[in-house]
Ligand binder design. Structure first.
Ligand code: SAH
Length: 261
């Protein structure tokens, strides 16, 4: 099952960069097989709210605690936020699996462990102002909404920004503000931030994000091309301290094209 999903995600991603008729058909065929294989009747049985609650508890134990996530507040936030509400209906029954899932527009909701790891690395107490780049489904933003005082999140694809904004509003996250735009530039009007989390990978750490990090603040960011490294960057007495955490694989950080004259 994981191989099918990973294959599908790789195809969707390569689709967004190169064309290829074969790839297009393969994408549809794989998508169809996934929907046919995983919808009835297992999906119905696995999709009731109580079944989801149980799957979420299991996920916390076997995917997060087993891999060393310890921050009690992070574990509580993951227990509270219903990940299946952020996943498209056709993949909902896979919401608590140990893998990323497609959310449309060639983008993905990150693997639950990575969301927990990145949240833990921010070391939040509840008083912070946080910036997220790459709202996507809004799931990471909701987790941060549970963990910090204020969350500002930027998404470059308008449709995803509006969709996440609507969902977060419905769920009552008054402390999360969504903006459609290019997150490379940060959000200078509300900077500085105690924490910045980037959920798409740039080749280099964007300078505006470093500038908008408060003294003592933490930036968690995947950096690289095909091979990426998750980095923790801290600003200590004005100096930048960088450490490598783990090899990761995120969608690339996109840039908004400058308007044509
Ligand atoms: N945090 C998301 C995961 C999203 S995947 C979640 O919890 O679901 C990464 C997202 O980053 C995608 O939605 C993609 O459109 C967005 N993205 C890519 N480049 C961006 C940029 N320059 N500014 C803002 N968002 C960007």
């Amino acid at each position: 099952m994981q191989i099918l999903i990973i294959g599908y995600i790789l195809l969707v991603r390569s689709q967004s960069t190169r064309g290829g008729v074969m790839q297009k058909y393969l994408k549809y065929i794989l998508g169809l097989i996934m929907v046919l294989c995983f919808t009835p009747p297992a999906a119905r049985a696995a999709s009731s709210e109580t079944a989801f609650d149980q799957q979420r508890r299991q996920m916390i134990e076997s995917q997060l605690q087993a891999r060393g996530i310890k921050d009690r507040r992070v574990l509580e936030a993951v227990a509270k936020v219903k990940r299946h509400l952020f996943v498209p209906a056709s993949y909902r029954h896979l919401s608590y699996g140990d893998f990323p899932l497609p959310i449309g527009e060639g983008q993905t909701i990150s693997q639950p462990y990575i969301v927990a790891l990145m949240s833990e690395l921010l070391a939040l107490t509840g008083q912070e102002r946080i910036l997220e780049i790459g709202t996507g489904s809004g799931y990471q933003a909701a987790i941060l909404g549970e963990l910090a005082k204020e969350v500002y999140t930027i998404e470059i694809i308008d449709f995803l920004a509006r969709q996440a904004e609507g969902l977060l509003k419905t769920l009552g996250y008054k402390n999360v503000k969504v903006k459609a735009g290019d997150g490379f530039l940060g959000w200078p009007e509300v900077a500085p931030f105690d924490g910045i989390i980037v959920t798409a990978a740039p080749e280099e750490i964007p300078a505006p994000l470093l500038a908008q990090l408060a003294e003592g603040g933490r930036l968690v960011i995947p950096v690289g091309g095909f091979w990426q490294e998750l980095k923790l960057v801290q600003k200590v007495q004005g100096k930048i301290k960088e450490s490598s955490i783990a090899p990761v694989r995120f969608v690339p950080l996109l840039r908004k094209k400058a308007p044509q004259p």
